[in-house]
Ligand binder design. Structure first.
Ligand code: NAD
Length: 253
């Protein structure tokens, strides 16, 4: 099977890490579907098409069960060729001072939304994608978790750390269940990556974080996209249930 025959679906792909993953996979010859809740996804897809890639935009809230269930129909002609899913959509809400709200004052509604997008969304989209991947006995599911799920989190909120830690547990269960179908499931735990999400935090917090990165800089979306491309490739065929820390050494187990 060539990459042409392996459609890649990337959620949260309008900008940031998701957009870089979609661009990298498109550059490797995969037809790519960029799913997002923001209109910017159209411009991101237009740029990929202008560069000669096969790319489609789809407006999708990953936490919307009915919208996810409609994916196979919405992408009908590409759906049987689905090969790669990158569960990248995520949110990390902060208070007006740019810091995560402490648990003592965290609204339950914000807690629920963070779990709905970062964890339940990945469950819903993964579930929808299993049939076409299993039918061809080849598939790659990649979860975008976080260093906040690996170690004490100084910037992200408790809801975010809980959701991303749950996502890693979900990835391990799914890897166990889908291995016999030829589908691998792995996680990437980025450190601090320079994206609109990271810029939503105070500059001081990002500087303090960068000061403790052995490689001496924040990551770029492309740094993460390279790891995604590897996990999506045949070269990573014997890797499943693993977590790659892409953080310049900011977290070392
Ligand atoms: P970002 O905010 O720049 O991009 C996230 C994208 O997800 C946006 O385009 C947004 O519209 C989309 N999105 C949000 N809610 C959605 C929903 N319900 N359905 C579909 N799309 C939705 O953030 P980013 O930094 O590029 O983050 C990408 C992923 O990487 C996230 O899961 C994030 O938690 C994770 N991550 C980021 C960092 C970092 O430092 N930037 C670190 C660790 C993990």
């Amino acid at each position: 099977m060539s990459n042409q025959d392996r459609v890649a679906l990337v959620t949260g792909a309008a900008r940031g890490i998701g957009a870089a993953c979609a661009a990298k996979l498109a550059g490797l010859g995969h037809p790519v579907v960029l799913a997002d809740v923001i209109g910017e996804v159209e411009a991101t897809v237009a740029a990929l098409r202008a560069a000669g890639h096969q790319a489609r935009a789809i407006h999708l809230d990953v936490a919307d069960e009915a919208a996810v269930a409609a994916l196979p129909e919405a992408l009908a002609d590409w759906w049987p060729r689905l090969g790669i899913l990158v569960n990248n959509a995520g949110i990390s809400p902060k208070g007006p001072d740019g810091r995560a709200r402490p648990v003592a004052v965290l609204p339950a509604e914000e807690w629920r939304r963070v779990l709905a997008v970062n964890l339940t969304g990945a469950f819903l989209v993964s579930q929808a994608c299993i049939p076409p991947l299993a039918a061809r006995r080849w598939g790659r599911i990649i979860m975008m978790t976080s260093q906040a799920a690996r170690a004490k989190s100084q910037i992200a909120g408790a809801h975010y750390a809980a959701a991303k830690t749950g996502l890693m547990g979900f990835a391990r269960s799914l890897a166990t269940q889908l291995g016999p179908d030829g589908i691998t499931v792995n996680s990437i735990a980025p450190g601090r990556i320079d994206t609109p999400m990271a810029r939503g935090t105070t500059a001081e917090a990002n500087q303090a974080f960068a000061a403790n990165i052995p490689l001496g800089r924040l990551g770029t979306p492309e740094d993460v996209a390279e790891a995604v491309a590897f996990l999506a490739s045949d070269a990573a065929g014997y890797l499943t249930g693993a977590t790659l820390d892409v953080g310049g050494g900011s977290y070392m187990p």
